[in-house]
Write a protein that binds this ligand. Sequence first.
Ligand code: A2P
Length: 322
Amino acid sequence: MASSDAAKVPKIKLSNGYEMPMIGLGTWKSEPGKVAQAIKDAIDIGYRHFDCAYVYQNEAEIGKALKEKISNGDVTREELFITSKLWNTFHEPEKVEPALRKSLSLLGLDYLDLYLIHWPISFIEKDDELFPKDEHGKHLFKVIDHVDTWRAMEKCVELGLVRSIGLSNFNSQQIQLILDNSKIKPVVNQVECHPYLNQKRLIEFCKKKDIAVTAYSPLGSPERPWAKPDDPNLLEEPRIKSVAQLYRKTPAQILIRYHIDRGVVVIPKSVNKWRIEENFNVFNFSLAAKEMEVIDSLDCNGRLSLISTMKDSPDYPFDAEF
Ligand code: A2P
């Protein structure tokens, strides 16, 4: 059953010829103790794409689940598409390959399908802290030329440690700098994207440059730790609810299908089997232009990711127009 369900998932062809399933399971905030079961359930349901990152601190448990599913024959490594991300403390060129090897070892893999620079923002490395801060609680930023980090990413492709490399949270100018100075082009830019922040201009820019876009926080990350009680909630948004009623789908399914219908890869996170399944059941309908317009009209530059503490970085990406 799982393999035929996996076959329902459309794939996007990346600029280097590899294919990426258009839905993946997000794992940010998937707690150790829950994430292994979520990965195994997702594989049974038909997911083949898993979006991971060193900073999520759960790669070891994800690795155990992948190993179990591969060794009992439920899935092969070749069928899977595994992404991880280079954390901000490892942007110095000599730290890139060791950081990738660390994620590979935690995940129990000998190659990744995709490795992304997680943020265009570099931190000083201090005592293994992921978010090193000074005595006033301010991030300890560092200026490292993204092109130097990128060259070290390219070396990882040449070493066979990763098939494709890309970016995350980069604005159009930062992407262009990499494009102008690379041997191996970034195939993906992963950014926050949902109807309150539909990223229309950045997506158009990336499409022109043959860069696929992956949408994170597609459901508005309702469990983000900094959410305030009166923040708008996408899953409760009346216009999303009315589209959901029209299509006899749930709001989450509409929010996920929205990306697939605009050619954007989407990575909803859940650790609950019934929601992992609900989020996957989006391949028997598509949204008409009229409903896409309604959803697009919700755009309000509503960025939800916690970025205010990063504003002091000279590389802060979100002051640019797009
Ligand atoms: P849980 O993991 O407990 O199922 P995003 O992908 O935008 O970051 O959102 C992830 C959040 O949305 C998690 O809190 C997750 O909770 C919740 N979630 C995932 N799928 C659904 C769904 N189908 N309906 C409602 N909430 C969902």
